[in-house]
Design a binder for this molecule. Structure first.
Ligand code: P6P
Length: 339
């Protein structure tokens, strides 16, 4: 059976846009190349030489593990050599990284990324992932600035993730649906395995860290009770599935139908997840897969970022499930409304 590689697919889709100059296609391909290098190291992580801590602490105040640093370096190197990207915003770096080489300086795009999300799961061999968002730069001359990144998610030209799990997949959208590619390590190619990924109309999985129950908004607590009630017509009680690695939880929920919630709490009203390189990429993918994503009140993709690492609450999943959760938030927790 003839299979379709990521590169073939990207080129084929580019043909749908006569005005496309191929730069975004090359950028996506560069991300695929970096993902293969990260995949190789993630798969060797259990062998010790890349385990443990790099001895540094990142801007989030989290101990950096060697794989965090390795992944960050790989994606920066691939984007720098490709020349389509002129700057990067990374979870691992406090400030934006200007790619000012002769070719990158004129790159049309900027990339916001979490190079290795869920890295606290590395030791337990749980799936982890890379998240990326691609914006067209706004500034027209000179080096890119923070202004190029502080764009609402509705301006995204592409977003996606790589999940390093039982198999490694690259899933992305450019605004025309979501497609998933599985890495065949024997030949080092990403092969189209999940064309046109879409949420089921409704789902029966809810993903949330219930250890934070007593600091959740009342609307979230009421929604959790709703998920746990017996009701055959709506297939409740739902199942709870929470891995602690958003890429893995999100990926499973798109395929099987479920909502992922990382809400604000009485301790952190903005929650934990970062808008630019965690919430926006999955929100774009979710909407392209027939779902929706909000902070409990506002569409994620309409939120105007004010800083590179800002956090927002996240409710993402099938439209019907997110809508139900938002109803509880409006009824019981309007005081948690931000902006
Ligand atoms: P908690 C991983 O650190 C992460 O950013 C997401 O991938 C994941 O969903 C979340 O944090 C887990 O956070 O507080 O439930 O451990």
């Amino acid at each position: 059976m003839k299979f379709k590689t990521l590169t073939e697919f990207i080129i084929e889709k580019q043909a749908d846009y006569p005005q496309a100059s191929g730069e975004l296609s090359r950028l996506l391909n560069d991300i695929g190349i970096a993902a293969k290098f990260v995949n190789r190291e993630v798969n060797r992580a259990g062998l010790g030489e890349v385990m443990g801590y790099a001895g540094e602490v990142n801007v989030q105040g989290e101990d950096q593990k060697k794989l965090d640093v390795y992944a960050n370096d790989q994606f920066i190197a691939a984007l720098k050599s490709g020349g389509q990207c002129c700057a990067i915003g990374s979870e691992e770096n406090e400030d934006i990284i200007i790619l000012d080489s002769e070719i990158s300086r004129y790159g049309k795009y900027v990339v916001a990324m979490d190079p290795l999300d869920g890295s606290s799961n590395i030791e337990s061999n749980v799936s982890i992932g890379t998240l990326f968002s691609i914006y067209r730069r706004r500034t027209i001359r000179g080096a890119a600035t923070l202004e190029d990144f502080l764009q609402p998610g509705r301006n995204l030209v592409a977003s996606g993730y790589v999940i390093y799990g039982s198999s490694t997949m690259l899933v992305y959208t450019t605004g025309n649906g979501v497609n998933g590619f599985t890495l065949d390590p024997s030949v080092g190619l990403f092969i189209l395995s999940h064309p046109d990924m879409r949420y089921p109309e409704t789902g029966s999985i809810y993903s949330i860290n219930e250890a934070n129950y007593f600091s959740f908004p009342e609307g979230v607590r009421q929604y959790i009770h709703y998920c746990q009630e017996e009701d055959q017509e709506t297939r409740r009680p739902y199942s709870t599935r929470y891995i602690g690695s958003m890429v893995a939880d999100f990926h499973r929920n798109v395929i099987r139908g479920g909502i992922f919630i990382y809400p604000g709490t009485t301790k952190n009203k903005n929650g934990k997840l970062r808008l630019l390189y965690e919430c926006n990429p999955v929100a774009f993918l979710a909407e392209q897969a027939g779902g929706s994503a909000s902070d409990g009140f506002r569409r994620i993709l309409d939120i105007q970022p004010t800083s590179l690492h800002e956090r927002v609450p996240l409710f993402v999943g099938p439209v019907t499930m997110v809508k139900k959760a938002e109803e509880f938030m409006t009824l019981f927790s309007a005081d948690f409304k931000i902006g």
